[in-house]
Design a protein around this ligand. Structure first.
Ligand SMILES: [Cu+2]
Length: 661
C-alpha cells in the first residue's frame, strides 16, 4: 500500500509544526494510530522510533503525577528481566500477564502531558509483550483525560487473530507470501449438523465482540478508584450488559427455532462442546472441548466444589437480603442499590466488599470453562476462548454461563417487592398510542475488514491489501411514533423507555408477562419535554442511545488523521469516541420468514425524578454504558421491568405487537 508510506512522510512534516504546543487532537490520533499499527513488529513512525531508542523513562520525573513511582517499578521489572517475553500469547485472566499490562497502564495514567505518554508507549512497545501493550494502550486511551477525543481503531483490525477464523488467517499469510491482493470469505464456525451454528452469527459478530471487550475496558474488574474516579454503578452495569447479551441471544434462538439457553450447572455435564477454529497469533490454536464432559477441578485455579460453595454463599446472601462485609458488618441489598453490590460480588471486581468470602464467581468460572480441555496442564494448551473477552462469546458455553449468573441476579431482583401502580404512575401523563413507521426487517450484509495487521512483514516489503468479508446482521431503518397525552397543564420532562420481548417461545407458547419482561431487550431510552396536550414524538432507530456507530476502518482512520494533520483541518471523529454499546445495525434481533413476533412496550416516566444530570432532553450524546461521570438515569437498569410483576395490569395498556421479518 504505497499511500501509507506517502502519508507517513506528510505526517513527519506535520509533527514539527505542533511539537512545541500541546498536541492537537489530530496529533494524538496520529500517535495512537501508529502505536497500534502492525503492533507485532517494530514501530513505523520515525518520531516514535526515536523515542523508543533514546528516551529514558526515568530521566525527568517531573512529568509524572506520582513522581515517577509507576515508571520506576516497570523499568525495574524490565531491567530484572522479569517481564513476559514478546511473541507469546497474552491473557487478561493470567494474573502475572494482567499485572504487567497494568504496570504500563499505571505509567500512562500518571503521565502529566501527552508527549511523555507517547514516549513511554513507544519505549515500552519495543520492549514489552505485544498483547500486554495493546491492552494497556486501549485501557489508557479510554480512561486518561488527555486522550478524551481519541478514537481507538477497530480492535478486529489491530489484533485480527482474535476475531477471525484460522482458515482465513492461513489464507491471509499465503496471500502475503505471494504478495497478491486478496479478499477472503469468512464463514461462521461449525456445520449444519450442529444446531448451535444457527446462532453463531451472534456470538461471532465482530461488532458485538468489540462491544463486549470495550465494556470490560470501561468497567474493568481490576479498577482502583485511585486511577481517577469511582466508576458509577459498575456492579449493576456488569449485571445489565450481560443480561442484555443473554436475553438477546435467547431472542436470536427463538428466531432460529431453538430453545432458550439452559443454564450451566457445576454438577452436570457441559452439554455443548466447542471447536473454535481460531488461533493465537503466537501460541497455536485455541483448545476445543468435546460435548458432554463433566466439569473437572482445574489445577491452580479452583475445584468444582469451591464453585458450588461460592454459589451457595451468594444465594444465602440473596435469601438473607444482605451481604457480609470483610469486617463482619452487613450491607442491606433489599433495595435499588442491592444489584450494584451483588454485581461487584459476582464478577468479582475490586469493588467486592468481601472477595475472600464470596470469591470471584464470574471470573473464576470463565477460567474453569476455558481450561476444561486440559485441566491439569498435561498438554501445555494455551488458554481457551472463554479467557478472552474478544473470543468468549463464540463459545455457546459463554451464554450458558451467563444464563446461570443472570438467574442468580433474577433470584435477587425477584426477592424485592413489586412496583405498585402508584410507584409507576406519572400523574397526568400517559402514552396513548405507539406505531412503527417503516418495515421491521432484518437482513445480512457482507462487511469487509483488513487482515493486514494479522500477517508479518517488514518495512522494506510493500503492503498488499488482504481483506476478509463476513456477513453481519443489519436492519432497515424505522421510527417509532409515540403519542403522549400531557394533562398536567404545564410542560413536563419525561423519560421514554422502549423495550421489546419475544411474544412466544420456540413451541409457540406465549410468555407470561412476568417471564416476558425478564427477557426484555432495551431498544432505546431518551428524555423529552412535553408541552401540555397531546404530542407525537418521532424517534428514529438510528438515534438509539443504547447503540453506537460502527467505527471507521483503521485505514480510513489513518487517512482522515493524516489529512487533518497536513491540511490543518478539523478531525471530527466525535461519533466514534465510544465503542461501548451494541452496533446500531445490531439493534433488532433477527426476524424470520414466518415473522418473529415481539411485544413492544413504551414507558413514559417522570423525567424530573429520573434524571441524574440536568438538561438530558437537549443531550443527544447520552452514552449508554459510558464510564465517565454519573450514569444519567437514576432508575435501576431495566426499570420498570426489573422487578417481579404480580399483576400485569400494572401496565395500563397491553403491549403493542410487532413482527420482525
Ligand atoms: Cu463479559
Amino acid at each position: 500500500m504505497k499511500s501509507t508510506l506517502l502519508l507517513l512522510a506528510v505526517a513527519g512534516a506535520a509533527l514539527l509544526s505542533v511539537a512545541s504546543a500541546d498536541a492537537s487532537n489530530a496529533q494524538k490520533q496520529h500517535d495512537v494510530n501508529f502505536l497500534l499499527w502492525k503492533v507485532n513488529e517494530h514501530l513505523r513512525d520515525e518520531t516514535h522510533k526515536g523515542y523508543a531508542k533514546t528516551f529514558d523513562p526515568e530521566a525527568d520525573k517531573s512529568h509524572y503525577s506520582d513522581n515517577g513511582e509507576a515508571v520506576h517499578h516497570l523499568v525495574k521489572e524490565l531491567k530484572d528481566n522479569r517481564l513476559l517475553e514478546q511473541k507469546h500469547w497474552f491473557s487478561l485472566f493470567n494474573d502475572r500477564h494482567r499485572e504487567e499490562a497494568l504496570m504500563l497502564f499505571d505509567v500512562l495514567m500518571h503521565c502529566k502531558d501527552w508527549e511523555t505518554a507517547v514516549k513511554n508507549a513507544a519505549y515500552f512497545r519495543e520492549r514489552m509483550n505485544e498483547g500486554e501493550f495493546v491492552y494497556a494502550i486501549y485501557a489508557a486511551v479510554i480512561h486518561h483525560p488527555l486522550a478524551e477525543h481519541v478514537v481507538l481503531p477497530p480492535l478486529y483490525e489491530v489484533t485480527p487473530h482474535m476475531f477471525t477464523n484460522t482458515e482465513v488467517i492461513q489464507e491471509a499469510y499465503a496471500a502475503k507470501m505471494r504478495q497478491t491482493p486478496t479478499k477472503i470469505k469468512s464463514t461462521f464456525t461449525g456445520t449444519a449438523r450442529n444446531k448451535e451454528q444457527r446462532v453463531a452469527y451472534f456470538g461471532e459478530d465482530i461488532g458485538m465482540n468489540t462491544h463486549h471487550v470495550f465494556w470490560h475496558l470501561e468497567f474493568p474488574f481490576w479498577w482502583k478508584d485511585s486511577y481517577s474516579h469511582k466508576l458509577d454503578r459498575k456492579g449493576e452495569n456488569f449485571y445489565w450488559v450481560h443480561n442484555q447479551l443473554t436475553v438477546r441471544f435467547d431472542a436470536e434462538r427463538i428466531s432460529n427455532f431453538l430453545d432458550p439457553v439452559e443454564e450451566l450447572q457445576w454438577d452436570k455435564p457441559i452439554h455443548d462442546g466447542f471447536a473454535p477454529h481460531t488461533s493465537y497469533k503466537y501460541g497455536g490454536a485455541f483448545p476445543s472441548r468435546p460435548d458432554d464432559i463433566d466439569f473437572e477441578d482445574v489445577d491452580g485455579v479452583a475445584r468444582v466444589r469451591d464453585m458450588i460453595i461460592i454459589d451457595s454463599r451468594i444465594r444465602d446472601a440473596i435469601a438473607h437480603g444482605y451481604i457480609i462485609k470483610e469486617d463482619g458488618s452487613h450491607i442491606d441489598i433489599m433495595n435499588d442499590h442491592g444489584i450494584d453490590v451483588l454485581g461487584d460480588v459476582i464478577e468479582s471486581s475490586l469493588y467486592s466488599p468481601n472477595a475472600q468470602y464470596y470469591g470471584a464467581l464470574h471470573n473464576t468460572a470463565h477460567i474453569m470453562l476455558g481450561r476444561q480441555t486440559d485441566p491439569h496442564g498435561k498438554y501445555n494448551m494455551p488458554p481457551g476462548v472463554m479467557e478472552h473477552f474478544e473470543t468468549a462469546t463464540r463459545d455457546p458455553g459463554f451464554f450458558r454461563l451467563h444464563k446461570y449468573m443472570d438467574n442468580i441476579f433474577r433470584e435477587h431482583k425477584d426477592s424485592l417487592p413489586s412496583y405498585t401502580f402508584d410507584d409507576l404512575d406519572f400523574k397526568g401523563v400517559s402514552v396513548t398510542n405507539v406505531a412503527i413507521d417503516g418495515t421491521l426487517e432484518t437482513y445480512f450484509e457482507d462487511f469487509e475488514y483488513s487482515l493486514l495487521n494479522a500477517v508479518d512483514d517488514t518495512e522494506e516489503i510493500a503492503d498488499v491489501d488482504i481483506d476478509t468479508y463476513v456477513p453481519r446482521l443489519d436492519h432497515k431503518e424505522f421510527s417509532y411514533n409515540i403519542e403522549i397525552k400531557n394533562e398536567k397543564g404545564s410542560e413536563a420532562l419525561a423519560t421514554i423507555r422502549i423495550f421489546a420481548w419475544p411474544h412466544a417461545d420456540n413451541n409457540g407458547v406465549k410468555f407470561s408477562f412476568d417471564d416476558g419482561r425478564w427477557g426484555a431487550v432495551e431498544l432505546d431510552k431518551f428524555w423529552v419535554k412535553l408541552s401540555p396536550g397531546t404530542s407525537t414524538i418521532t424517534r428514529k432507530s438510528t438515534d438509539s442511545s443504547v447503540t453506537v456507530h460502527d467505527v471507521p476502518s483503521f485505514k480510513t482512520l489513518m487517512e482522515k488523521t493524516e489529512a487533518a494533520l497536513s491540511g490543518g483541518g478539523d478531525l471530527d471523529l466525535h461519533d466514534y469516541e465510544s465503542a461501548t454499546g451494541l452496533p446500531n445495525r445490531f439493534l433488532l434481533p433477527k426476524g424470520n420468514h414466518n415473522g418473529m413476533e415481539f411485544d413492544l412496550l413504551v414507558c413514559v416516566t417522570d423525567g424530573a425524578a429520573d434524571a441524574a444530570i440536568a438538561d438530558l432532553h437537549t443531550n443527544d450524546d447520552f452514552i449508554h454504558y459510558g464510564a465517565n461521570g454519573v450514569y444519567p438515569d437514576k432508575r435501576p437498569h431495566g426499570y420498570p421491568f426489573d422487578r417481579h410483576v404480580e399483576d400485569e395490569r400494572i401496565s395500563n395498556k397491553s403491549p403493542t405487537s410487532i413482527t420482525l421479518m
